[in-house]
Design a protein around this ligand. Sequence first.
Ligand SMILES: [Zn+2]
Length: 288
Amino acid sequence: MDLKWRIGSVTITSVTESETPTSPRFLFGGLDKAGVLARAEKARWLRPHFVSQDGYLLQKIQCLIIDTGDHRIAVDTCIGNDKARHNELWNHLQGPFLEDMTKAGYPPDSITHVVCTHLHVDHVGWNTRLVDGAWVPTFPHARYLFVDTEYEHWRSAPGLFGTEDVFGDSVAPIVEAGLAEMVAIDHELSDSVRFQPTTGHTPGHISVVVESDGARAIITGDMVHSPLQIADPDLCSSFDTDSEAARATRRAVFPGWADGETMVIGTHFGSPTGGTMHPDGDGYRLQV
Ligand SMILES: [Zn+2]
């Protein structure tokens, strides 16, 4: 499904690489499908969009393209094609993502900036593509903005899964090509686009704030993987670098997002992916 949001004079367009039911055990080690269904009984808004009848999480992997008129900013670049990955669903993909971007009105050479909310495998993949056996920048006219603390962390840390070299095939070639720019965690990209620090999931994790003509949207990144964590901000993902910090970040940040007006766009939330947040018991609900 093509999704597009208008935030004042800015548009945000989703280009989806994959949309699949996901086992809750993959994201939340201790939580099984029965546990998900029990949570969906209490937070009924989770169904049907975000939790399936049999307790799977309805998730997607997508790139969100912010178009300000002056800038075309690709936020998070998914898994990518041709990459050797430990996860068999992601290994040596051959998907039509770049064609889909072009069909959506954003051919790769029209992108002016690439922003990665963090440097995990499913957020950096299309930074590069394979040409004649070498990884080259997919977006040759873009500046790729990396948060300095995030870059430094992953430069020296092993990948999440096994021996796959995410940094080597999807981040380092950008630096070598001279397209990378190291920026602060509270970077302001333009009048209408800025970073909001949301650390914990990774040390330099950001969300992206879009503000135009009195309207506001947030692109969450993975500080919240699933709407289950909107219902229960204390629920932590298996992939957090520091779960306690990630939990504290959700508790600190959500009250500011839950004004009933801000469009909160979940980077991994299944369609319709965005909604307004509202306080609900000890957590929140997403109204789509
Ligand atoms: Zn992710």
